[in-house]
Design a protein around this ligand. Sequence first.
Ligand code: NAP
Length: 281
Amino acid sequence: MILVIGATGTVGRHVVSELREGGFAVRALARNPDAARLPRGVDVVRGDLSDPPSLDAALRGVDAVFLTWPFLNADGAPPVVDRIRKHTRRVVYLSSEGVRDDRDDQEDPITGFHAAMERLIESSGLEWTFLRPTGFASNDLGWAEQIRTDGVVRQPYASLARPLIHERDIAAVAARVLVEDGHTGRRYVLTGPRALTTREQVDAIAMTIGRPLGFEEIPPAAAREAMLARGWPPEVADGALDAHARMMSRPEPINRVVEEITEVPARAFAEWAEDHADDFR
Ligand SMILES: NC(=O)c1ccc[n+]([C@@H]2O[C@H](COP(=O)([O-])OP(=O)(O)OC[C@H]3O[C@@H](n4cnc5c(N)ncnc54)[C@H](OP(=O)(O)O)[C@@H]3O)[C@@H](O)[C@H]2O)c1
């Protein structure tokens, strides 16, 4: 039995499906099971990471856990990791490519909390594997409203090229790592197959929905305003923009780890756009 924490999220939902399709018994943690919309046969159990005792019912009898940490700091994590360790042996943690192993203080708050989570899990005695994906292609869903309303994407750093990864590839790796031996103590950087500039991403979406789309480069300060208006916490907006600025001079890596683990090449951005075409129409 495998417990997926974050089972209704971008990656976790596909981890659940991958495991079900592979014939494994899956339990899903959800704060609101009635709204979870998970496949038939999945044991959906109520629980909340901010209330550690509420996790016991979901953790009972579980062999491994896929852990998404949905908060912006690791303050509440020690009692959660402690509970996971009491109930099970193995954890696969959804971290980030941005974590730097060569420094104690990370470069932004997001990689800061992922590094703190990794350290906590490493010292817990659990058998762990860390998945460190590059940026998710699904971040581009943030453009959906602009695309639907006026057909123009406004973004800073026009020439920034990123190997965005399809959420299904992260999930496919997670499903393998959760059930196969040989992945303990590994930190897997997971990337898309090719780096695309923002303009190229917009063009791929335009091609998919069959409608021309515009692209306008805006200053980072204007992008920050727009993020805050969409409800982003200031530290997250700043962290994301700083990370993008850094990637201009230090691009994210591109590797074949998805293919090495799943035996299937990582999906192209165009396939992601196809899978999400209705979100942009
Ligand atoms: N976006 C990127 O480019 C990127 C890149 C690298 C790493 N990451 C990391 O990926 C993680 C996010 O993954 P995701 O996008 O798949 O998640 P997501 O779509 O944001 O979904 C969050 C999940 O967490 C659950 N959740 C939220 N609060 C909870 C709570 N108090 N107790 C229990 N469950 C709770 C939600 O469930 P309910 O709301 O249904 O309860 C949902 O299933 C973050 O740690 C992020 O830093 C993201």
